[in-house]
Design a protein around this ligand. Structure first.
Ligand code: SF4
Length: 683
């Protein structure tokens, strides 16, 4: 029968933000193979070990197949009506006790655009609060804030196809060979064809082996490093004076600030030799078409937004943004749809398309479509939600597709927040660390079982299509949000994901030209896309910047130290990040063949430190910070610099985020995952 015949479904990878196009081959209702699409606009026939092979989780016996309800301290299977009824009663009780702001939701980069659109609409229409945020808070919120302040829009400035034409690549705080392998391979191909490569990263990440210059700044000193590079650009006449005159503001203030950042002083702060700093600045400054690509090593800091803006200064000084003289400033997004979750307005201060909730005109656009008044007061950010729960002010928290107890910083405090909150609801694929603590667990579909769209790291909308059905009674997040609204007596509209994107397009000028039909015909379309005949803007700011005055804004933020410094008690600096076979908390990638490729979280430490602290390769270690304790296995490696240790966060059992602190970006509250003072010892 036709069920036995193999069929292929074209979809977009649900792991990292590269957005590879994949053909998923199925028969008898199961995935048999995942093949990278040759005509994939980003991946061009390639995919990494996650997209290709990490689908064994689909048929795991641990999949959640029925809603669970906590009774007498235990989670028990129930029907959907009972589960949604409990959630609805709990949310109503929270509003009755503390007003609409006593309810909050954490939406997800793992959800589609349409699901994120519906989640934020639920909070604003059904509950009447702006208490909605998404996991970009924990990774690239400083990119959104920094790029918007410097250029006017929150996305990367150029398409990756253009970046790949650059003759000098400045790759900062990113390990694309492991975290974004298809991009890592395309960057490597460019280097093999002659592009210069400058890598700025404390670790000897894969690309660094091929770099013309590898800068290894002390963690937490990025802003000083970028100012040092800018100092050399100005001192050696490598800035584009015509561009600065015609399209830029802030040069006098920056010039004055940079007097304090000569190479020798920057070397003292960052531990990067002055000669290397000068060499890197000359490579970037003398290139005909330089490009900047960066990752979470720039954003996840106490001064992450200053880091993004100081990095953007370099492209502005060179006239390498909004012109044909370079390829701007481009963030590598960690999660598949972290760009889209924010684009859709799953943010406490911004509506779909980035209208501010404080702006009456932006509110009026959605109010006309939704038929309600949207509150003008910004809602709570994720860390503030946890603080409000611990203080008793937040009484219902809906966590959608995020394992906050495993991946958010200072995890002991997150667990306390969930314990204090009277209603915790969790949409999940597996019984995650967060779901274990929830009052209601709702089983949902994963990316291979969903219909909708994702936005990748270079602002491309692409279609997501279900290759198989979710198991048991699991439903898509889209259906769950609509069903809960129904139970609460509100018709959210948007009966299908296509209808949700159509409504979003009607209320947001930057997405007005997008629809499922168009994406089915054309494959991918970047935003801004103001009408159905517009091709979308792959390269931004050709005419003017999107700031109120139409100019790029240099920043003159001084370097300030990170939240924690190593001392006698905690002498090492912990940096966390990703490894090649796994994705975030690993709930999907650990359940299948990828587990054998990367079986545990290791703590990497330099041979000098191994000698100093008496640590053998492969030894069990206790790692302690001022916030908590984790158990890890030592891996002695020169990839990590002396005085620093590195580990991933793919195995919740190791408890890595019990170590990380609540220090966060002063502008956006993005956690400082990249600098935690720790010590190591025997278990
Ligand atoms: Fe592509 Fe990223 Fe998926 Fe790998 S994880 S296949 S690089 S989108």
């Amino acid at each position: 029968t036709s069920a036995h015949r193999p069929a292929a479904t074209r979809t977009t990878c649900g792991y990292c933000g590269v957005g590879c196009s994949l053909d998923v081959v199925t028969s008898d209702g199961e995935v048999r193979a995942v093949l990278p699409a040759r005509d994939g606009p980003v991946n061009q026939g390639h995919a990494c070990v996650k997209g290709r092979f990490a689908h064994g989780y689909l048929t795991s016996p641990e999949r959640l197949t029925r809603p669970l309800l906590r009774r007498d301290g235990r989670l028990e299977p129930v029907g959907w009506d009972e589960a949604l009824g409990r959630v609805a009663r709990g949310m109503r009780a929270a509003v009755a006790a503390g007003g609409a702001d006593a309810v909050a939701a954490i939406s997800s980069a793992r959800a589609t655009n349409e699901e994120n659109y519906l989640v934020q609409k639920f909070l604003r229409v059904v509950i009447g609060t702006n208490n909605v945020d998404n996991c970009s808070r924990l990774c690239h919120s400083p990119s959104a804030a920094g790029l918007t302040a410097s250029f006017g829009l929150s996305g990367g400035t150029d398409s990756f196809d253009d970046v790949e034409r650059a003759d000098c690549l400045l790759v900062v705080g990113a390990n694309p060979v492991e975290a974004h392998p298809v991009v890592g391979a395309r960057l490597m191909r460019r280097v093999l064809r002659g592009a210069k490569l400058v890598v700025a990263d404390p670790r000897a990440v894969g690309l660094a082996l091929h770099a013309d210059v590898h800068l290894r700044p002390r963690p937490g000193t990025n802003v000083a490093l970028f100012h040092g590079l800018a100092h050399v650009l100005l001192a050696e006449g490598l800035a584009d004076e015509g561009f600065l005159r015609e399209r830029v503001t802030g040069l006098p203030e920056l010039t004055e600030l940079l007097e304090d950042y000569p190479p020798d002083r920057v070397a003292a702060i960052t531990e990067v030799p002055a000669a290397d700093l000068i060499a890197a600045a000359r490579l970037y400054g003398r290139a005909l078409r330089p490009a900047i690509v960066y990752g979470l090593g720039v954003t996840e800091h106490l001064h992450g937004t200053d880091g993004v803006r100081s990095l953007a200064n370099l492209a502005i000084l060179r006239g390498a943004v909004g012109t044909d003289r370079g390829y701007g400033v481009n963030p590598l997004r960690g999660q598949n749809n972290v760009q889209g979750a924010s684009d859709m307005g799953a943010l406490p201060d911004l509506l779909p398309g980035y209208g501010k909730v404080t702006d009456p005109a932006a509110r009026a656009r959605v109010e006309a479509a939704w038929g309600v008044r949207v509150p003008e007061r910004p809602g709570l950010r994720i860390p503030d939600m946890f603080a409000a729960a611990r203080a008793g002010a937040l009484r219902a928290l809906w966590v959608i597709g995020e394992d906050v107890c495993a991946t958010d910083p200072d995890a002991n405090q997150v667990a306390r927040a969930l314990e204090a909150c009277p209603l915790v609801v969790c949409n999940e694929v597996f019984l995650s660390e967060t779901a274990r603590r929830a009052d209601v667990v709702l089983p949902v579909a994963s990316w291979l079982e969903k219909d909708g769209t994702f936005v990748n790291f270079d602002r491309r909308f692409q279609r997501v299509r279900p290759a198989v059905s979710p198991p048991g009674e699991a439903r898509s997040d889209f259906d769950v949000v609509r069903a809960l609204a129904d139970v609460m007596g509100v018709d959210l509209g948007c009966p299908t994901p296509a209808d949700a994107l159509a409504e979003c397009a009607r209320v947001t000028p930057v997405f007005a030209g997008l629809s499922h039909d168009r994406l089915d015909r054309e494959g991918d379309v970047p935003w801004p896309c103001p009408d159905p005949d517009h091709p979308g803007e792959a390269k931004l700011y050709k005419e003017r910047f999107a700031t109120p005055d139409g100019r790029a804004h240099l920043t003159a933020a001084p370097y300030l130290p990170p939240g924690e410094q190593p001392d006698d008690d905690y002498p090492l600096v912990l940096v966390t990040g990703r490894r090649w076979a796994h994705y975030n908390s690993g709930s999907m990638t650990r359940r299948g063949g990828n587990l054998a490729l990367d079986p545990i979280d290791f703590l990497d430490l330099h041979p000098d430190d191994a000698l100093r602290y008496g640590v053998r390769d492969g030894a069990q270690l206790t790692v302690e910070s001022r916030h908590g304790e984790a158990r890890l296995v030592a891996r002695v490696s020169e990839q990590t610099a002396p005085g620093q240790v590195f580990c991933s966060f793919h195995f919740p059992a190791s408890g890595v985020n019990r170590l990380t602190s609540d220090h966060a970006d002063t502008v956006t509250s993005c956690p400082e995952y990249k600098v935690t003072a720790v010590r190591v010892g025997a278990p």
